[in-house]
Write a protein that binds this ligand. Structure first.
Ligand code: FES
Ligand code: FES
Length: 165
């Protein structure tokens, strides 16, 4: 049996090739091997959402996947949202509306909001609640998080208008 398997990942637009043991979790490889420390590990069994990333455009809990299962996939972590150096509008909205306290849940919340706003640029409060239902916040800041996503929708719409010819 081979100890390590060669995999290729595209993370935040950059290609990586690495050798991993088949038992390693995607979350551990992203955080510990590749240094994407925005991938937080809370429960490590799929409950809290802190380890959320986008895998080929869909939300996944990276603590529930082996890294080898992500071979050949494109991954977006929270760091990828401001790869240009400027904060993403969703990140700005979370600052403006005090959408975090300790920040542990925040990367997962922001990526869940990002995915929601791709599909529903002007979501209702209920849609936001549903989209974030799988992300837990121990600081109990849900009202501020809800307002942050509503604010993010406004900032994204403004950014879109600015880009329009
Ligand atoms: S650490 Fe993955 S869901 Fe909690
Ligand atoms: S801000 Fe602390 S867990 Fe959500």
């Amino acid at each position: 049996m081979r100890d390590r398997i060669s995999i290729a990942l595209q993370v935040n637009g950059k290609p990586y090739r690495l050798e991993v043991e088949p038992r390693r979790l995607l979350a551990d490889v992203l955080r510990r091997d590749l240094g994407f420390t925005g991938v937080h590990l809370g429960c490590e069994h799929g409950v809290c959402g802190a380890c959320t990333v986008l895998l080929d455009g869909e939300l996944v809990r990276s603590c529930l996947m082996f890294a080898v299962q992500a071979d050949g996939c494109e991954i977006l972590t929270v760091e990828g949202l401001n790869a240009s150096g400027d904060l993403h509008p969703i990140q700005r909205a979370f600052i403006e509306e005090f959408g975090f306290q300790c920040g542990f849940c925040t990367p997962g919340m922001i990526l869940a909001a990002y995915r929601l706003l791709q599909e529903r640029p002007r979501p209702s409060a209920e849609e936001i609640r549903r989209a974030l239902a799988g992300n837990l916040c121990r600081c109990t800041g849900y009202a501020d998080i809800l307002r942050s996503v509503q604010r993010a929708a406004v900032l994204l719409a403004e950014a879109e208008e600015t880009r329009a010819p």
